[in-house]
Design a protein around this ligand. Sequence first.
Ligand SMILES: O=C(O)CCC(=O)C(=O)O
Length: 320
Amino acid sequence: MTDSGGAIGDPQCLRERMEEEGYLYFEGLVDLDQVRATKGDIVRILREHHIVEADGAEADGDALWSGGPQPTEAEYMEVYDRIVRLESFQALARSPELVAVIEAICQEQIQVWEQQLVRLIYPEPEAVAAQGVGAHQDGDPKLGYRAKSFYTGWIPLMRIDESVGGLAVVPGSHRMGVLQSAGTVASSSGRRGGVYGLDAAALDWVTVDYEPGSAVIFACLTAHRGLPNRSDRIRLSCDFRYQPAGETASWLAHTLGPDVRRTAQQIDEMVSRRALYVTTGATPEVVAQVRQRMLEERSTTLARAQELAREIGAGMVEGG
Ligand SMILES: O=C(O)CCC(=O)C(=O)O
């Protein structure tokens, strides 16, 4: 990754580089004390919820992994619900240095989305891909944001080298339009509908060893993915979204991350129901569109899924 630190203070250079590459990486951008405070608060929560042991579970302030089962969805949500309410975490999303760069790119004031994500990636020695969502573009319409353009700020909360597996991006991919991704499941736990994501092998990736305080800012159509964690510790990072203050996005942008996840899971459950298939004959293509519409509308009922399946199915027949 190219370090854009030298271009801070040169908005035109930042804009041109973002236009060309679709991402900006800064080796040191965010206030280190702020990053340390956030990480300390998160590790404390992990200890309180027994995701890591009370004693001896840290090295360099990182949360060490002692093996055993990964947290259940319920355990994860308890932790996630607390993390997104941390003052330190919310302040990190509003880091003046980060906001200043994005405002320079947008040439106007920006808003910080309420949906703020923390990534807890547990070690998996044999993994070839990171857990959770695969390679993707945040602006893929399947994710339901309905925003003209927005930027993601990704912040490592610890030293993330190749063994811990950080963020990788595909330079210039934001100029390729919306790429075809497999699967229908996006922002939730991803059980059915196939694993969501782009074919990573078909794209050219760049990454770097990250230090706390560094940041990557990327455009909403820039393809990116998390790399697998083969280390002895939990990978901690967070990602926040930003868009010009005057532009709009769906409810997802204005809702806390855990609430988004819960609703997305309800929708996944509803569109996976056999009842939907039996009563409407919805094909996987129709189901994918039903899911997207329900996500955009925040509707979770079977009745609405059926209505949409009939409407979309009829449209597909008409359209040939
Ligand atoms: O940190 C990761 O594993 C992936 C981050 C990501 O997908 C995002 O920022 O949208």
